[in-house]
Design a protein around this ligand. Sequence first.
Ligand code: BDP
Length: 492
Amino acid sequence: MNYLAEVWLNGEPLGTHEGGHLPFEFDVSGKLRREGNLLVVRVDGELAPDRVPPGGASPNLPEITWDQQYPPASFDFFPFAGIHRPVMLYSTPSEAIADLTVRTTVNGAEGRVWVKLDTTAGTSGTARFLLQGHGGDVRAEAPVSGAGVETELRVPGAALWGPGAPNLYRLTVELVRSGEVTDRYSLPVGIRTVEVRGDALLLNGKPIYLKGFGRHEDFPVVGRGLAPAVVVKDYALMQWVGANSFRTTHYPYSEQMMDLADRLGFLVIDETPAVGLFFAEPGLERRLNLCRQYTREIVARDKNRPSVIMWSVANEPRSKRAPAKPSFRALYDLAKSLDQTRPVTLVSDLWVEEESFEFLDVVCVNRYMGWYRNPGQLPAGVATLSNDLDQLHAKFGKPVIVSEFGADAVAGHHAQPPEMFSEEYQAETIKRHHDLFHTKPYMVGEHVWNLCDFKTGQGTRRVGALNLKGVFTRDRRPKMAAHLLKELWRER
Ligand code: BDP
């Protein structure tokens, strides 16, 4: 639901939930009629400065309006409002599995799967754990007593999960009481480790380089509404160009998208909806509370996914005001307290001035050389970028990902020599950036902005209210840059 949902059952309020893109639920036990139930959801999509992401017309707050677009918002994508994903009614027994947390480690050839089971209050009996797949079942059993149960399953000769080999096991957990199974839940498990060591990002102990995109949940007619065929198509396109990763710019993607990342072996930087955050009043504390809520919700939803290798707590915050650094420190600490197994980052366009990189695990930066900077002058832009990247690494001493770079291109518009908005200029931009990045040993990833053209607000820089930085068009046809990426990324 985007942005704020109020829910009623048979005229009785069930509750509200603020923020889009993350699931929420209400308990309707004892409230359902035998027939003729009416569930009503009212969605409020108003843009306001104390919401996250922020928006709304506010002449005194230049920080929130992005490039004077209409509708006014602190971000560059269309603020689609409504019910974008499925609403489900489901039932559980009173003694039930409430949550599962899975963590995996690797010790030589042995994979270890640690599972924590939380049950509803008062549950008793036995918990059975079964891990299946890749030539051997592993079982464990433990008594259930109130709070929950932990166990570790050891998998000799484990088939590890990773791009190119997305090996998944199936974990089934059962609650058993007096010989009867009272509840059962299954989920896919990928055994893998993620670690930042020095300048490297390690997957299963080996350095990994991210090749991929920022993207949007956006398609003609359906807007941000879940369109499963588009999800499948986007993976097919990403595989065709040889991408191994993406960032969920600038909000958590659908569970269907995430399920396929696990199955197809994509590495995901999972980003909360905190885009365009600013640190002036009014509404600062309210916005920060929402960021904390989103961090808890995204970790709760995606913590068991092998594809998620990193959390991103913000995109391009306006971090120059004093509250920014302590606020991000608190969000970083919160994410780490919820999940000690994954690196935490934020994505910045402030580079060395983004002080929070002092404590974040990976440095993710966006920059548009040859476009917003040095327009039309790619060689000069890329030379400056080389220097800026070295300075960034010298200051923070951490692995660097350029999480956005690129250029708008009008499909079918050509120019030789390459000029801005031509397909040639976009391809040339990507080629020069890619070649530069591969001279920098501390770089661990490049994400092109964007996979596809997407709808945004109206403004002087956005012809047709579209951002045209896609290497595919909005209806998923390749531009020259897509063919180029296929050459660049498939060879390494
Ligand atoms: C970056 C933003 C992204 C925009 C992009 C652009 O992170 O959301 O769409 O610029 O201007 O700063 O194309």
